[in-house]
Design a protein around this ligand. Structure first.
Ligand code: FES
Ligand SMILES: [Fe+2]
Length: 352
C-alpha cells in the first residue's frame, strides 16, 4: 500500500506583525465623548479625547485592578475608570485616586500610552508603547476640484497579508466577481511592470482595454484604454488607481489595520472623478461595489478557515499572482526591522 499523500501544511501562516508603525484606529468622527475600545496587533487599546480634543491611546487596562478603561468616561480631558474612579491623563499618568489623601502620581504606576493623532479624517495610533515615532502616518491623497470622496470601513476575517493581496489581485476579479468588472469572456494580452522600492511595490498594467463588465460600461460606454496601477505601501496600505480617458479617474486607498492575526479592519477612502456627477456614479456603482466587497469578504473568511482547519497554509504561485509574494517580503522585512531589499523591476505579459 502506498503512503498517504502529504496533506499537512507545516503549521505556517502568513502572519507578519509590523510594530512601530501607524495604523488607523477609527474615523476621527467616531471618537467623541465616549472612550472607544480598539484592538491593534492583538493589543487592547482605549482611545479618548484629551485636552484640546486631541486623541489619546492607552493600554485598555486600569493600573489598579485590571478593569478595561474603555468602560469608563472622559471628564475634562481625563479618562476615568468605571470601577473605582481612578483618573488618567493623555500620557497615561494617574492624576486622581478617589479617597486618597496625597499625590496619586507618586503612588501609582502609569498606564502604557501609545502616540495618537488625527490626520486626514482618521485617528491613527503608533503601535509602540511610550515611544516617540520618527515619522508621521501615511498621507492620504486629498480630493481636488471635481472629485467625490466616499469612505467605508469593514472588518474581514483574514490575515493582513491575505487582505492586502486580495485588494491588489487582478486574476480573481474575472472569476470571483465575474461579469461585474472583468470576466465577460473576452481577454487581452497586456504588459505588467512591477517595481519594488524600499517601502512599496507597484504593478503597472499597460494597455488594458476598458474592462467589459458592468462597471466599465457605465463609466465609459465607448471603450478606451485603461491606465491601471496596484500599489502596496508599508506597513499596510493597498492602493488601486484607474484612469480611463481624460475624464475618469478612480483612486482607492485601503488602509488596513491588523486587529489580530486573523482579523483585519479595512478603511477605504475612494476618490473619483468621472464625466457624470458624483452622486449619480455613487448611486450606480455603490450596489456593485457592495456586491464585489461581500464576495471578497466571504472568500477571505473561507480561505482563513480552510488554512486553520489544515493547521497552516499551502501556497503555490505563478507569475500572475503579481504582488502577493512581494507584499509578504516587504512585510516580513519590516517586521524583523531588516534593511529593505534592493530596488527591483520585472516585466512580463499576462492575459486579463
Ligand atoms: S480598577 Fe480602575 S479604578 Fe479600580
Ligand atoms: Fe475582489
Amino acid at each position: 500500500m502506498s503512503a498517504p499523500r502529504e496533506v499537512a501544511s507545516g503549521g505556517k501562516f502568513s502572519i507578519a506583525r509590523v510594530a512601530r508603525a501607524w495604523y488607523v484606529a477609527c474615523a476621527s468622527g467616531e471618537l467623541g465623548e465616549k472612550p472607544l475600545a480598539r484592538t491593534i496587533l492583538n493589543t487592547p487599546l482605549v482611545l479618548f479625547r484629551g485636552l484640546d480634543n486631541k486623541p489619546a491611546a492607552l493600554l485598555d487596562r486600569c493600573a489598579h485592578r485590571n478593569a478595561p478603561l474603555s468602560l469608563g468616561n472622559t471628564l475634562q480631558g481625563e479618562l476615568q475608570c468605571a470601577y473605582h474612579g481612578w483618573r488618567y491623563d493623555s500620557s497615561g499618568v494617574c492624576v486622581g485616586v478617589p479617597g486618597l489623601v496625597g499625590d496619586a502620581e507618586k503612588n501609582v504606576r502609569a498606564v502604557p500610552r501609545f502616540p495618537a493623532r488625527d490626520q486626514d479624517g482618521y485617528v491613527w495610533v503608533y503601535t509602540a508603547a511610550d515611544e516617540e515615532p520618527t515619522a508621521g502616518p501615511f498621507r492620504l491623497p486629498a480630493a481636488s476640484v471635481g472629485y467625490t470622496e466616499v469612505r467605508r470601513s469593514v472588518e474581514v476575517s483574514s490575515t493582513l497579508h491575505a487582505a492586502l493581496e486580495n485588494a491588489l489581485d487582478v486574476p480573481h476579479t474575472a472569476f470571483l466577481h465575474q461579469g461585474l468588472f472583468r470576466g465577460t469572456g473576452r481577454t487581452s494580452r497586456i504588459r505588467v511592470r512591477v517595481t519594488r522600492t524600499t517601502d512599496r511595490v507597484e504593478a503597472e498594467y499597460v494597455g488594458e482595454p476598458r474592462p467589459e463588465g458592468l462597471v466599465g460600461k457605465i463609466l465609459s460606454p465607448s471603450g478606451g484604454i485603461v491606465t491601471h496601477f496596484d500599489r502596496f505601501i508599508l506597513p499596510s496600505i493597498a492602493q488601486v488607481e484607474y484612469r480611463l480617458g481624460a475624464e475618469n479617474h478612480f483612486l482607492i486607498t485601503t488602509l488596513c489595520t491588523p486587529v489580530d492575526d486573523f482579523r483585519t479592519r479595512l478603511y477605504a477612502a475612494i476618490l473619483f472623478r468621472t464625466r457624470f456627477p458624483g452622486w449619480l456614479v455613487r448611486l450606480l456603482i455603490e450596489p456593485i461595489a457592495r456586491r464585489i466587497f461581500s464576495q471578497d469578504a466571504a472568500m477571505l473568511r473561507r480561505q482563513a478557515e480552510t488554512a486553520r482547519r489544515f493547521g497552516g497554509e499551502h501556497y503555490s504561485s505563478t507569475e500572475v499572482d503579481v504582488l502577493g509574494l512581494q507584499i509578504w517580503l516587504l512585510l516580513k522585512r519590516a517586521e524583523q526591522g531588516e534593511a529593505p531589499a534592493e530596488d527591483w523591476l520585472r516585466e512580463f505579459e499576462m492575459e486579463v
